[in-house]
Design a protein around this ligand. Structure first.
Ligand SMILES: Nc1nc2c(c(=O)[nH]1)N[C@H]1C(S)=C(S)[C@@H](COP(=O)(O)O)O[C@H]1N2
Ligand SMILES: [Mo]
Length: 199
């Protein structure tokens, strides 16, 4: 007989263990919500182990890349899940078209405003479902939810989904980001409950 901790599961099968579905959209982050005087000065830097690093403006991202919609479920490590979140933006598979990533690149570091970072394996970043979103429900992201651009990596806990993203670095080695240095998991698969690195 098994006397271990009982896992709470959701009848739909869509919700990872020990998560509760919310219909609201909680705001969660450390640090300040950035304010932009002149959004034309904003840019996204793509660099590291690539042949051709890029510096993209918001206008370029919206006008020169295929625009996609992704409807997905998001799961925060603190226990809330939100089903059918609807994002518009550029999928990472489309973003990377025309960029040659070196074969020794195995990880991606996402940089946000105020030096916040998170890290993940390149395969997770490059999944078909990963999107850099500028809009939610067809409206520009609100400042609290990441305006002007955030990552959405739905199959990992939501802390990997950097709001206010400014940089994407391809690296050979894994560098723990902000929450990862504070005990969160290097990978963060909600179905495996990879919440903390000492699990
Ligand atoms: N730049 C930045 N991005 C971040 C965070 C942060 O502290 N800074 N927190 C993460 C965490 S823990 C969560 S749960 C989600 C929350 O996104 P939301 O506020 O849009 O719900 O953002 C993630 N992205
Ligand atoms: Mo979170």
């Amino acid at each position: 007989m098994y006397f271990g901790k009982q896992k709470k599961t959701h009848p739909s099968g869509r919700v990872p263990p020990n998560q509760n579905v919310t219909t609201s959209f909680p705001v969660l982050h450390t640090g300040n919500v950035p304010y932009y005087d002149d959004i034309s000065k904003w840019n996204l830097q793509i660099y590291g182990l690539v042949d051709n690093p890029k510096l993209l403006t918001l206008k370029e991202l919206k006008e020169e890349y295929p625009q996609s919609e992704q409807i997905n479920d998001i799961h925060c490590v603190t226990g809330w899940s939100k089903l059918d979140a609807c994002w518009q933006g550029v999928k990472t598979v489309d973003l990377i078209e025309g960029i040659t990533v070196h074969s020794d690149a195995r990880y991606v570091i996402l940089y946000a405003e105020e030096g916040w970072t998170t890290n993940l394996p390149i395969d997770d970043f490059m999944r078909e479902t990963t999107i850099l979103a500028h809009s939610f429900n067809n409206e520009p992201l609100t400042p609290e939810h990441g305006f002007p651009l955030r990552a959405v990596i739905p199959h990992l806990y939501f802390w990997k989904s950097a709001k206010w993203i400014r940089g994407i670095q391809f690296t050979e080695h894994n560098h723990p980001g902000f929450w990862e240095r504070n005990g969160y998991h290097m990978e963060g698969d909600p179905w495996l409950e990879q919440r903390y690195s000492f699990d």
